[in-house]
Design a binder for this molecule. Structure first.
Ligand code: SAH
Ligand code: SF4
Ligand code: F3S
Length: 444
């Protein structure tokens, strides 16, 4: 009979928060807690929250309020807030939600098991050690074909809109050897794909080794079939990196390269440290050198001071690049960031209509590009059973596009060739032609 306390973790935000939840799960499991997937049975509910935009705060807040309400009937229930939101909203939310038992930022997880056992009534813990890289802590990952690995934490850029440097501190790169070793271990555990994570992977630096050095070393590990990475900052993306993506078969031909705006004036106010010309030069280089490269991006509409002319420049750039897909956002002021006090705010309805124009344009480009794939055969790595139907499986192309393969049973991690027969706005639908490895049929 297992008497250990049961922990349920709900995660919001980007892959970094997902990875943080895996780290926390790893620490807790090692200290005899059990991680459960059913919130109702948990003794402890932890919320790894994101604070990148106002909407992210509100989503986490709604959920936390709902969980805290359960304390009325279960006074033993412990509720904690972690992640970027824990760091930023900590003291304020402690006052607003006095029933929260624990609030931790991303650098303060190491002793979470201890903190949970010694909860003062209201415990808010500041990140004591901003040099934390958790290099020695194995995350507890979900079984599957694909794993996240943080290669760095924090960010040294100062984009004027962004809260991340405030929530995750200065940039720290993990030692190269330990990342390489971890990938080797993951292969032995059966993982086929890794995604290397950092706010800006291109500025990875450890004892003279750069991101291309790391990528090259990882690509040489036997058994690692696919390597992805995110995010690349356009300022630091090198020609050598493009060469590695071109030459190494297991380095995927997908680059997520957030542009944010097509206007040099706005890019300057944003503190992005590149011009649209520089950005377009990298795009040209990638398109020339990497066959079938998939390029995706992030765009912010309605930045303080953004004029109609600036907005038109963004639309023009989107048309010129022809992204495979894009995350489009309405600018959201974050307290404490320079942009928040810039003034010159774009009225809300204008922000909304600009956002709609950008996303409508991008949707039509995505649809056109997906149409062009119909009739072609692509190589897919199967990831999981499709949410749409238990008869179908979901996989990804090398470029990162989702593909539904109906009426097949394959193991996660199986490679197969699939003929694309149809497409919806974000997803391709295909027919299985051939299973390409011995990972074939589903074993359970
Ligand atoms: N480190 C990554 C991005 C992290 S945040 C990078 O630099 O590319 C992910 C995206 O959220 C950003 O690329 C940006 O487009 C968006 N974003 C960040 N802060 C925002 C804000 N205050 N308002 C709207 N969008 C924002
Ligand atoms: Fe934020 Fe800029 Fe750092 Fe990305 S590079 S996390 S947008 S400050
Ligand atoms: Fe959100 Fe933090 Fe990621 S604020 S987007 S979870 S780095």
């Amino acid at each position: 009979m297992n008497n250990s306390k049961k922990v349920f973790i709900r995660t919001y935000g980007c892959q970094m928060n997902v990875y943080d939840s895996e780290l926390v799960s790893g620490i807790l499991k090692k200290n005899d807690y059990s991680i459960v997937h059913d919130e109702g049975s948990a003794d402890i509910v932890l919320v790894t929250g994101c604070t990148i935009r106002e909407h992210a705060d509100q989503r986490a807040l709604g959920y936390i309020r709902q969980v805290l309400a359960r304390k009325k009937t279960n006074s033993e229930l412990i509720v904690g807030l972690l992640g970027c939101l824990g760091q930023r909203a900590g003291p304020e939310w402690q006052e607003m939600l006095p029933e929260l038992d624990l609030i931790l930022g991303p650098d303060a997880y190491r002793n979470i098991h201890f903190l949970l056992q010694n909860l003062p009534k209201k415990s808010f813990v500041e990140p004591e050690n901003i040099l934390e890289d958790y290099d020695d802590i194995p995350p507890l990952r979900k079984k599957g074909a694909s794993a996240f690995i943080a290669i760095s934490r924090g960010c040294d850029h100062n984009c004027t809109y962004c809260i991340v440097p405030f929530t995750r501190g200065r940039e720290r790169s993990r030692p190269l050897n330990s990342i390489v070793k971890e990938v080797g271990n993951l292969v032995e555990e059966g993982f086929k794909e890794v995604t290397l994570l950092g706010q800006n992977v291109n500025s990875y630096s450890n004892n003279g080794d750069s991101f291309p050095d790391l990528l090259e070393k990882i690509s040489e590990i036997r058994g690692i079939k696919r390597i992805r990475f995110t995010t690349s900052h356009p300022k630091d993306l090198s020609e050598r990196l493009v060469g590695i993506i071109r030459d190494k078969e297991n380095v995927c031909s997908h680059v997520h390269l957030p542009v944010q705006s097509g206007s040099d004036r706005v890019l300057k106010i944003m503190g992005r440290e590149y011009t649209s010309d520089h950005y377009l030069r990298i795009i040209d280089l990638m398109k020339r050198e990497i066959p079938d490269v998939c390029i995706t991006t992030d765009i912010i509409s309605g930045y303080p001071g953004e004029t109609e002319e600036d907005h038109q420049k963004t639309l023009k750039l989107v048309e010129e690049v022809e992204y495979d897909s894009a995350f489009t956002f309405k600018y959201s002021p974050r307290e404490g960031t320079p942009a928040c006090t810039m003034g010159n705010n774009v009225p809300e309805p204008v922000k909304t209509s600009r956002l709609n124009e950008v996303s409508t344009l991008q949707r039509s480009i995505t649809a056109k590009k997906n149409q062009e794939i119909i009739g072609k055969t692509v190589k897919v790595m199967i990831e999981t059973v499709s949410k749409r139907s238990p008869e179908d499986m979901l996989g990804k192309t090398d470029g990162g596009k989702n593909v539904i393969v109906p009426n097949v049973k394959l193991n996660p991690g199986a490679f197969c060739s699939v003929r694309i027969v149809a497409t919806s706005s974000q997803t391709l639908f295909g027919q299985l032609e051939e299973v390409l490895d011995d990972n074939g049929s589903m074993t359970n």
